[in-house]
Design a protein around this ligand. Structure first.
Ligand code: FAD
Length: 393
């Protein structure tokens, strides 16, 4: 396994629980702690429950049963209640909890199992294979090393060295803007925001998330698009961040800012998730914008699907069982994750007033009609994506 991010660790744990020996190779000296994804959808919680992760996340996360789509000037366009999915999932809510809280949980559960190891400071530089196995060439403080195994999984993120080593194209595009993420202790709930809300605006959409922070009352994380022509250090400066916050919700006092960071977003899917004994999962296989919170979730869906396929092969099933992993997860990523996240972003940023009004009206109609709202929630909670993937032979 290459990469001790959430996808690598969850895959490794799911493999180890089937009695399969696994070594995780991680370039960094420790688990990364930067601010990234923070929303878990119901099927992801279902998949991680048998691994022992979900109960631990529930103890530290914030349950978010309601979320809104808003317009910056018109206010609430629609409010959705995941409670209507109570017959479809034991977890009818989104769970907010940063991914850097998932990785130590997965690491500890993994290390408690026999036949497992995580090697930090071990950077993969090449991956090769033969009919009998795969070989990782790594750089370590002690020099280069070759590590052999039966299969190799590239869960090494969007810039995957594994994907490049097997020559798999990463098809798609990069969005023109940079996203600025800001966290504040100021409570937005009294202003009518649900703990997750997406605010449409042709000049500056905003996505809001209430996140746990050393217990209650939590903090609010806001994501804004910013122009890449503005230098990153300017975007991260106190004045720029304060202006974005005051522009969004003006108040007399300054905002207390705990964290700020920026990142670029892409919509890309690897041409295949499998080349022989080398497989791709998570961001190494697909990346998308964060609107709808499908990146990390779909990566964990890959992890659990792949571990089941590899477990079956390890225990005697024909090798082509792994092709089904590629068919199911790649197809769902293209048809569903890419399509929905692109649609979500276009909804929030649409500039044409007529198209914009039509799209927001459609959202209102969907929320007002119980059947349409239920179908919409099955899709936006990713329950439909898992059902659709399972239906692919
Ligand atoms: C800055 C940033 C902010 C984000 N914010 C959000 C967000 O707000 N909402 C959202 O939904 N999604 C967000 N995402 C996306 C989300 O974080 C990813 O979908 C998720 O991290 C994917 O997990 P992963 O395990 O596949 O990859 P990663 O988390 O990237 O983990 C890959 C691991 O592989 C290691 N690695 C890389 N190369 C090598 C190598 N050559 N050898 C060994 N190890 C290697 C890395 O050090 C890392 O530990 C963000 C992504 C980034 C980069």
């Amino acid at each position: 396994m290459v990469g001790a991010g959430p996808v690598g660790l969850v895959s490794a744990l799911a493999l180890a629980r089937q009695g399969i020996p696994v070594v995780v190779l991680e370039a960094e000296a420790a688990l990364t702690h930067d601010l990234r994804a923070g929303t878990f959808h119901p099927p992801t919680l279902e998949m991680m429950a048998p691994l022992g992760i979900t109960e631990r996340l529930l103890a530290i996360g914030i349950k978010v049963p309601h979320w809104q789509i808003r317009d910056r000037h018109a206010g609430v366009i629609a409010q959705f209640d995941l409670g209507v999915l109570a017959n479809d999932t034991p977890y009818p809510y989104r769970l907010h909890c940063e991914q850097h809280k998932l990785t130590p949980i997965a690491r500890d559960l993994l290390m408690a199992l026999p036949g497992t190891a995580i090697r930090f400071g071990c950077r993969l530089v090449d991956a090769t294979q033969s009919s009998g196995g795969a070989v990782a060439t790594v750089e370590t403080a002690a020099g280069p090393e070759r590590i052999a195994g039966s299969y190799l999984i590239g869960a090494d993120g969007g810039r995957s060295v594994v994907r490049n080593a097997i020559g798999v194209e990463f098809e798609g595009f990069t969005w023109p803007e940079r996203i600025l993420v800001v966290s504040t202790t100021y409570d937005l709930e009294p202003h009518g925001f649900t703990h997750n809300a997406y605010v449409a605006d042709p000049d500056e959409w905003v996505a809001l998330f209430k996140m746990p922070h050393h217990g209650p009352p939590g903090i609010w994380r806001l994501a804004f698009p910013t122009d890449t022509a503005i230098a990153e250090e300017t975007v991260l400066s106190d004045d720029f961040v304060a202006a974005r916050m005051q522009g969004f919700l003006p108040r007399r006092e300054p905002y207390d800012i705990l964290y700020r960071s920026t990142y670029r977003v892409h919509q890309r899917v690897a041409k295949t998730f499998r080349v022989g004994r080398i497989l791709l999962a998570g961001d190494a296989a697909h990346v998308n914008n964060p609107l709808g919170a499908m990146g990390l979730n779909s990566g964990i869906h890959d992890a659990v699907n792949l571990a089941a396929a590899l477990g079956a092969v390890w225990h005697g099933a024909p090798d082509d069982r792994l092709d089904r992993y590629d068919r199911q997860r790649r197809q769902i990523n293209v048809d569903y994750v890419q399509a929905i996240t692109i649609h979500n972003k276009r909804l929030l940023e649409e500039r044409d007033p007529t198209v914009r009004a039509q799209r927001l009206d459609e959202v209102r109609r969907t929320a007002a009609d119980p059947t349409l709202a239920y179908d919409f929630l099955l899709k936006s909670s990713m329950i439909a994506s898992v059902r659709q993937a399972n239906a692919i032979a």
